[in-house]
Design a protein around this ligand. Structure first.
Ligand SMILES: [Zn+2]
Length: 428
């Protein structure tokens, strides 16, 4: 818990972190960090202390542990028993509960993700899923950065577990997207990202209009060739959804989407999400994906509502029953992988164990890089001055077998402590 410096002085709302190793670019820097719970932002330390002689309310000794920006998950379908695609009557309450639980895992902001749905579901749920940080209230927990609509304009042959019945084409152009997602949802900033297959009729020509509205277009669940992927990038696609999963594999004469990561110029190379849950991809595949273009590599969970719940059998909306065993989620009575139940910190620890990446490089894949992909550079995913003070205190462990683990010790949202692992009683 933070230590009170002097109770008599008027409070400034300022906390100083000392004794920490800060994630700054590709370095770990031993330096103090000052944050304000009034503005919810990171302060310019030197200015505050030397010019204004401000004394902090609290000093937190991080004791050599790591101080990192809060994590961002750009693909999360639900958690702690709540599914973003549900049409539950108490949706808002369920969502608020999820946000308070999710923040304890170190995910301070995220894109609530909807796998392919019919228009009636988008019409019901999208209104709840837009950016939620406007109130800047730390005790709301994890913050939505806008919805991620994954589908339904995807390839039927690469649908994965998406419902074939709701998949669509856009033969009437952008108006088909308006009918599907709702006109207001496409123009109000509620949707931050759309995953689609560029080869689905009408979709490629919609990409410029999608991106003009500030929505990221990600290629995913797709059969696109290298050439088609290149064209989609020219149209404005900037992201690839769960690289390798639900797309054409790399072939030596047709490298497919994977080939575009080898392009020479930065803007021709998209960002790409990778699921490092230990199930969707082989550890070596994850390592190769990172090596292809470390600056564009984003770790995502693609987790289902079972993440955060105990192991067991759970009912699904379509009448199926799914079995959760650790990070693995399968259809009852089969080996069919039904999605992931890994937390983002588990994916981060896996990637750190499997790769030669340094701690700052590993953390970057869930902080600065997703922030940059979403156009939030300088505001999220960094410990630079003026960024939102969403912070994690992380502990590191390595066992005899070489397994490395990062553990979330504390979570700070908008400059306020919202979770402390050493004091389970405290928090949201
Ligand atoms: Zn998917």
């Amino acid at each position: 818990m933070p230590m009170a410096v002097s109770p008599e002085r008027p409070r400034t709302g300022i906390t100083k972190f000392t004794g920490g190793r800060l994630v700054k670019g590709n370095q770990l820097v031993e330096q103090d960090l000052w944050v304000s719970s009034v503005t919810g932002k990171i302060l310019r330390s030197q200015e505050i202390f030397y010019e204004h002689h401000v004394v902090p309310d609290d000093v937190v000794d991080v004791k050599g542990r790591i101080l990192a920006p809060g994590f961002i998950d750009v693909q999360l379908n639900g958690a702690f028993g709540f599914d973003f695609s549900t049409d539950a009557a108490d949706y808002q309450k369920g969502l608020e509960r999820l946000n308070r639980q999710l923040v304890r895992t170190g995910v301070t902001s995220y894109l609530p993700t909807l796998p392919s749905q019919g228009p009636e579901v988008y019409c019901k749920v999208l209104r709840y899923l837009g950016p939620s940080g406007v109130s800047r209230s730390p005790f709301d927990g994890s913050e939505s950065l806008g919805a991620h609509c994954e589908g339904p304009f995807i390839s039927p042959s690469k649908k994965g577990i998406h419902d074939l019945q709701v998949l669509q084409e856009a033969i009437n152009g952008f108006s088909d997207l308006e009918v599907c997602y709702g006109i207001e949802n496409l123009s109000s900033g509620i949707i931050s990202m759309i995953t689609g297959a560029p080869e689905v009729a009408g979709i490629k020509s919609c990409i410029p209009e999608i991106t003009r509205r500030g929505i990221r277009f990600a290629m995913g669940h797709t059969e696109v060739t290298y050439e088609q992927a290149t064209e989609a990038i020219e149209q404005g696609a900037t992201m690839v959804t769960h690289l390798f999963n639900a797309m054409r594999p790399l072939h030596h004469r047709d490298p497919g989407i994977f080939g575009v990561l080898g392009k020479a110029k930065g803007k021709e190379r998209p960002y790409y999400g990778v699921i490092a849950d230990g199930i969707h991809l082989h550890p070596t595949t994850v390592k190769i994906a990172w090596n292809a273009h470390p600056d564009s590599f984003i770790l995502v969970t693609d987790a289902m509502k079972t993440v955060g719940l105990p192991d067991g059998v759970y009912d699904w909306t379509n009448g199926d029953r799914w079995v959760k065993k650790g990070a693995l989620l399968t259809r009852e009575g089969s080996d069919t992988i039904a999605g992931s139940s890994a937390t983002l910190i588990e994916c981060v620890s896996n990637f750190w164990t499997w790769s030669h990446a340094s701690i700052p490089e590993v953390i970057r894949a869930v902080t600065a890089t997703p922030a940059e992909m979403l156009g939030l550079r300088g505001r999220k995913g960094t410990l630079d001055a003026d960024a939102d003070a969403d912070l994690l205190v992380l502990d590191t462990q390595e066992d005899a077998s070489g397994k490395r683990t990062l553990k979330v010790e504390q979570v700070w949202k908008f400059g306020v402590l919202v979770h402390d692992a050493s004091n389970e009683e405290f928090g949201l």
